[in-house]
Design a protein around this ligand. Structure first.
Ligand SMILES: [Fe+2]
Ligand SMILES: [Fe+2]
Length: 213
């Protein structure tokens, strides 16, 4: 019996080490996307502030709106809701974790509703030549989004990893990769590069997709 117990502990250690060394945890690609989104939100806030001070129009508005619709919603939110959350829904998860997941989904709805309102304001502002209201709304949405990211990175993702085995996490990661093949990611990485260049922020040679986690 002692020997069995010892072997079991050894197998557990091996499995954990395998996960640490060879396995990427399931939330890592989502956190990497948060890094891209945070940088875009930061560039948006800086650019809107700089332009406000100079009295000129903020010429990155369309870029940011397209990024919010396509990269943030059609890519990132879809991966969270239709892949990760979908798999979580099939598990018996703690009530508190389920509640947080529902809050995150509601926040996605609010973010896209706000984006729709910004698009309408942008269309009206274009005809009036008054873009400050659009800048203001983009700055507010940026702050809200950074808080949403903090909640996922620091609270939700660390708590839900325990529901998936090493093999389940690998399977979900495969779904993420397959999904990525349908998305023109380079276009949105280039949009970030453009925004950071417009703000005069140092332009990074790469997107550093996995270095921040
Ligand atoms: Fe989210
Ligand atoms: Fe997210």
């Amino acid at each position: 019996m002692v020997r069995l117990s010892s072997e079991s502990a050894w197998a557990g250690d091996l499995r954990r080490n395998k996960q640490r060394v060879h396995g990427m945890q399931v939330h890592i690609p989502l956190v990497a996307e948060h890094n891209i989104i945070s940088r875009m939100m930061e560039a948006t806030r800086r650019l809107a502030g700089q332009v406000r001070g100079s009295g000129q129009g903020f010429n990155g508005q369309d870029t940011v709106i397209d990024f919010l619709c396509m990269y943030v919603d059609r890519c990132h939110h879809v991966k969270e809701e239709e892949i990760l959350f979908h798999h979580l829904e099939k598990k018996k998860i703690h009530e508190g974790d389920r509640k947080t997941m529902e809050e995150l989904i509601q926040e996605h709805v609010f973010i896209m509703k706000s984006t729709g309102e910004i698009m309408s304001a942008r269309a009206e502002a274009g005809s009036r030549g008054d873009e400050e209201i659009v800048d203001q709304r983009l700055r507010i949405l940026s702050g809200y989004y950074l808080e949403h990211i903090r909640k996922e990175n620091e609270t939700f993702f660390p708590r839900v990893l325990k529901y998936f085995s090493y093999y389940e996490q690998n399977s979900i990661l495969q779904e993420f990769w397959r999904f990525n093949e349908k998305i023109p990611l380079e276009k949105y990485h280039a949009a970030l590069h453009k925004m950071e260049t417009l703000t005069g922020m140092a332009s990074y040679p790469s997107m550093r997709l996995f270095q921040s986690v």
